[in-house]
Design a protein around this ligand. Structure first.
Ligand SMILES: Nc1nc2c(c(=O)[nH]1)N[C@H]1C(S)=C(S)[C@@H](COP(=O)(O)O)O[C@H]1N2
Ligand SMILES: [Mo]
Length: 264
């Protein structure tokens, strides 16, 4: 029996279109066909309004409901996320060359960060708030990965990143690992944030190198957070500061409607 059997009265809204859009929103973010099928069968307009607690009677209500579906998806994705399941890895021969550049601006505006004066700031719910030089970060144990980067703009590419396992770094600075979020502020004014389980995932890397060379400016010098379990926009380049917090930090694209969890 469907949980959602009651269809609310509608005025001036294309109910089927709304449900289609909500389904698309959900499907884009859930990869397993069985889960999609479940949602396809169970999601109706009545269901959507019950799910979100929004009456869906005009466009502003539709907007509010879809925003809530996106937030609801954050929870579902967080709940489905496996802290141990690994993203696929690839061979050197499979690396995409040249690896694409992307940012909210063009290649002629790539930020140059000065290594000599650079310090990584760490704040919020951490015991050790000292600033880090690049040399100090390079002195920590390093590892690398060859993984696929997926951008919502419709491209994906395989690249090789090396650096410090982020879980090790968080433990090193005495981060409160029960906190909800880690937020990132970048040198180019970009910002984003991630959930703690993803921060602790074994493939989440504070990446200092690309293709065995220091991370070049276009790929986010002096460092980026590399997460093969998340879409491109969740992977901040040019990280200047990070903070551990229980207050939802949002992000550059997330604040404009991109799904916050952004799993890939
Ligand atoms: N600081 C910063 N980080 C960013 C972005 C940005 O504009 N500024 N764009 C994001 C997006 S949408 C993508 S697809 C990737 C692109 O990374 P790449 O240039 O290494 O391919 O960076 C992400 N991280
Ligand atoms: Mo992207």
């Amino acid at each position: 029996m469907s949980l959602f059997f009651k269809r609310p009265p509608l005025t001036g809204v294309d109910g089927d279109a709304v449900v289609r859009e909500a389904r698309a929103l959900i499907e884009r973010q859930l990869d397993a066909p069985s889960r999609r099928l479940f949602l396809r069968r169970s999601l109706t307009l009545g269901g959507l309004s019950m799910l979100t607690g929004c009456s869906i009677s005009d466009d502003s209500h539709v907007e509010a409901a879809l925003t809530k579906v996106s937030r609801f998806n954050d929870e579902v994705q967080g709940w489905l996320f496996s802290p141990t399941r690994l993203a696929p890895t690839y061979t050197e021969a499979e690396i995409t060359r040249p690896f694409p550049f992307n940012a909210y601006y063009g290649e002629d505006e790539i930020r140059e960060v000065d290594e000599a004066t650079y310090r990584l700031e760490v704040s919020g719910m951490v015991a050790d708030k000292r600033r880090w030089t690049l040399a100090e970060l390079r002195a920590l144990p390093q590892q690398d990965q060859i993984t696929r980067h997926i951008c919502v703009e419709g491209w994906s590419a395989i690249g090789k990143w090396g650096g410090v396992r982020f879980a090790d770094f968080l433990r090193h600075v005495g981060a409160d690992l029960s906190a909800k979020y880690v937020g990132f502020q970048c040198a180019d004014d970009y910002h984003t944030s991630i959930d703690m389980p993803t921060a602790l995932h074994p493939q989440t890397l504070l990446a200092l190198s690309y293709d065995d060379q220091p991370l070049p400016p276009k790929y986010g010098f002096p460092m980026k957070l590399r997460m093969p379990t998340k879409l491109g926009y969740k992977n901040p380049k040019h990280i200047q500061a990070m903070y551990v917090t229980n207050t939802y930090p949002g992000g550059y694209w997330e604040d404009q409607g991109y799904n916050w969890f952004g799993g890939s």
